[in-house]
Design a protein around this ligand. Structure first.
Ligand code: GLA
Length: 786
């Protein structure tokens, strides 16, 4: 039996043996073999790291000074079809845990059933949505029975790896930040029981942000608190429900995730290090979310609510970069941890980074138009969402015939997420869920025409009740107010089976497009002139002498998905911020390598290259097909007197404000008149509105009706941050190119008139400006004129 000395205790190398070690939650500390154990943990997702690189990343984590790694499971990937479980390849989490153990790391497991994590639908399987009115993350038996079956399977696969059986798993999390979603402690009890029934006998815990710790809390679950700053404040809130016991931060954010069209997030390193030191010095345990973000390969990236699709890069500005490189933050963290080691503990040297290569620009000449590669159609009277056609991901094409006639308005109830419209194969418009624009003007038709609506699903929302995110067209589709019926529906799941059937032809025979951009407008590029702006798959064969990691430069392409040698690298979109796709060298081979690019818009230049560095922060709003970031509207504050004029208290705590009497309206306007620090800025981390009984309203269907100013270049200060449920990000008025002064207005469109008794305001977190002082509130149906 090989022994490895770590943290004054011994990590056994083989699992399922009689327990050698004990891990308990003591009165004041975690106790490993009876010794005080400060958990220095970091999050790494096996699914976001090529299996071949798991050991390298875990060695990096160890070399950063971590003694534990935390891992989510993603139910949707483990049970792709009801009752079909797949623990192979990227989902072989047992192997991931064994490697962690062999590298001297303990493991904290977060199996879900819900995980969030910017993963499609928060890790929940799409097929749950085949039930029309299923209530996800509740005691709805259709949800709970499926969750129990899944957790039972998790018990089979990972139960033997618990410390109680000689393995590395110390603790298991029940659900994830449930307090953000509900208050039903019974539901949490059912999930807890399911994990016990599945054979987990290590401590079970739950996690929540400070202002939701009490929601759904149970005394038989050990609570940890999630925060990105102000550890003292976070632990103070935790002590309210955990008067005694070790303090742990379950998610401590060194950076943040990116969404398409918003600036790349960079964490505040000095504050990150100060807060880490605070926790180390005060004997608190923590888990850095993310220690290494990696990449959301495949079609697994989710979307933040209300609907901000996540990039496939999950670099997260983490200490260990997307390609596994040690960053400055890595070395500073390592230095800091070296000052806080437990007796007998050492930190190994980091492993070598994987080799990196470049690939010279290659012209992509093979081409397979989508419309020439359609599968057999399904006929349907009304268009339905893709789940109804037993499809989970990718695209879906809806086709019907419309009569000859004058220019006309076509409108769908809604489209999740982007609908590209074609008349007789010619592109005529886009429906865009980001700003709720589901109306398109169709030109005059001399004779009846074929209408195609090609819908792209870009990942189900992973947070809030918006996870009930059915993809495709939500009927009806009306032409001049009249329902269009008699549709042909084509499933385009973008899976291996579909790719295998594509018939490529050489674009050369179609007089290859000149490689220079012919025109500037968004939807027309060089390819347009040559008719290559139709949605199509492109293919190139690239010869590589010695494989190594590289970053595919996708800047001359439009919007879509890319594969290398059959591995789906994820999504790309020329609006940025991400402009490259990480290619792990282990997925390349010496000799011929196949690159396939699915582009919905068409390339400016059908050229591909491999760079030695990623491009994670290059925005091109001018390339966005959304005409404007927000529909132009007029704010009419004189349409109703303010329902409240008051002053917020200073500080970062959430503030609940009650109106003298309930008010009714579709629009809610917060107008800031001054800031606590006297500066011209306003910022809001989160806004919740309270219904007549004082309960927070669901954010479902909420959009930003208008906002006078938002910083979108220097940082992601987009207004949606104020209603996405996350308190770690925030709306912030411009401070880069301009610094407009108060008054500032943020207007929410609730989608329909609602009765409100008050609201909750969460000021921006951490230090920094924008905390509002004097303000007014307006509520009404006529605040906005479109
Ligand atoms: C939350 C979730 C995580 C992740 C982070 C943001 O706290 O628990 O899964 O979504 O936010 O990255």
């Amino acid at each position: 039996m090989v022994m490895l000395c770590l943290a004054g205790s011994v990590v056994p190398l083989l699992a399922d043996e009689p327990a050698r070690h004990t891990f308990v939650i003591g009165t004041n500390d975690f106790l490993l073999d009876g010794q005080r154990f400060q958990i220095r943990c970091g999050e790494i997702h096996a699914a976001r790291v090529p299996r071949e690189y798991w050991r390298h990343r875990l060695q990096m984590a160890r070399a950063m000074g971590l003694n534990t790694v935390c891992a989510y499971l993603f139910w949707s990937q483990i049970e792709p079809r009801p009752g079909e479980f797949d623990w192979s390849g990227q989902t072989d989490v047992a192997e991931f845990c064994r490697i962690a153990q062999s590298e001297g790391l303990w493991v904290i497991l977060r199996p879900g059933p819900y995980s969030c994590a910017e993963w499609e639908m928060g890790g929940l399987p799409w097929w749950l949505l085949k039930n029309d009115d299923i209530q996800i993350r509740t005691r709805d038996p259709r949800f709970l029975d499926a969750a129990k079956r899944y957790l039972k399977e998790v018990g089979h696969a990972l139960g033997p790896l618990q410390i109680t059986r000689g393995g590395p798993i110390l603790m298991v999390q029940v659900e994830n930040e449930y307090g953000f979603y509900g208050k039903d402690a019974e539901y949490m009890g059912d999930v807890r029981q399911a994990l016990l029934d599945a054979g987990f006998d290590v401590p079970l815990f739950d996690c929540n942000p400070p202002n939701h710790l009490k929601d759904g809390h149970r005394s038989d679950l050990f609570p940890v608190v999630n925060f990105g700053s102000d550890p003292a404040g976070g632990f103070k809130a935790l002590r309210e429900i955990l008067p005694q016991g070790p303090l742990m931060c379950g998610e401590f954010y060194p950076g943040w995730f990116d969404t398409w069209g918003a600036p790349h997030h960079l964490g505040n390193s000095p504050r990150y290090l100060t807060d880490l030191e605070y926790m180390l010095t005060n004997g608190a345990s923590f888990s850095i979310y993310m220690a290494h973000g990696g990449t959301t390969f495949g079609l697994w990236s989710g979307a933040d609510r209300p609907f901000k699709p996540d990039t496939s890069s999950y670099d997260y500005d983490a200490p260990i970069s997307e390609a596994g490189w040690p960053t400055d933050k890595f070395f500073k963290t390592r230095e800091l941890f070296a000052k806080h080691l437990l007796p007998g503990e050492t930190i190994p040297e980091p492993p070598a980074t994987n080799s990196v290569i470049t690939i010279a620009p290659v012209e992509v000449t093979e081409y397979a138009p989508v419309f020439d590669n359609l599968p057999k159609a399904v006929r349907d009277d009304q268009p339905r969402t893709m789940e109804k056609y037993d499809q989970g991901h990718g695209c879906i094409l809806y086709r019907t015939t419309i009569p000859a006639g004058p220019a006309a308005t076509l409108e769908a109830a809604s489209v999740h997420d982007f609908g590209f419209l074609f008349l007789n194969g010619e592109r005529v418009g886009v429906m865009d869920r980001r700003n709720g624009s589901f109306k398109v003007q169709l030109p005059e038709r001399k004779k009846s025409a074929t209408l195609d609506i090609l819908v792209e699903a870009v990942g189900r929302v992973n947070f809030g009740t918006e996870v009930h995110d059915r993809k495709g067209i939500h009927a009806p589709v009306k032409l001049e107010g009249k329902d269009l019926t008699g549709w042909k529906v084509f499933n385009l799941p973008l899976d291996d089976k579909m790719l295998g059937k594509l018939k490529f032809r050489s674009s050369e025979h179609e007089s290859a497009p000149s490689l220079h951009r012919e025109s500037q407008s968004r939807l027309t590029s060089a390819a347009t002139v040559q008719g290559f702006n139709k949605p199509a798959f492109w293919r190139a064969t690239v010869n590589i002498e010695k494989p190594g990691d590289t970053f595919l430069d996708l800047r001359s392409w439009g919007k879509g998905v890319v594969w290398v040698n059959g591995h789906c690298l994820g999504r790309f979109w020329n609006i940025g911020p991400t402009q490259t796709a990480y290619v792990p060298g282990c997925w390349l081979q010496a000799g011929k390598n196949e690159i396939v690019i699915f582009d919905l818009l068409g390339p400016e230049k059908p050229v591909i290259a491999g760079l030695e560095k990623p491009v994670l922060n290059e925005l091109h709003p001018e390339k966005d097909f959304a005409r404007a970031h927000r529909p132009k509207v007029t704010l009419q504050l004189d349409s109703a007197p303010p329902v409240l004029a008051a002053q917020f208290a200073p500080g970062s705590q959430m503030q609940e404000i009650k109106f003298d009497a309930p008010v009714k309206g579709r629009y809610f306007c917060l107008e800031s008149l001054s800031a606590q620090d006297g500066k011209p800025f306003a910022a809001v981390a989160e806004l919740d509105l309270l219904d007549e009984s004082g309960k927070p309203l669901s954010h479902e269907g909420w959009t930003i009706a208008c906002v006078d100013s938002e910083e979108r270049a220097q940082e992601d200060g987009t207004a949606e941050n104020a209603i996405d449920g996350q308190t770690a990000n925030y709306w912030h008025t411009e401070w880069g190119a301009a610094q407009p002064n108060h008054p500032h207005q943020l207007v929410l469109d609730l989608g329909k008139s609602q009765t409100l008794s008050g609201f909750r305001y969460v000021p921006r977190p951490g230090a920094g400006d924008g905390r509002i002082k004097d303000y007014r509130i307006y509520v009404g149906d006529d605040l906005i004129r479109r």
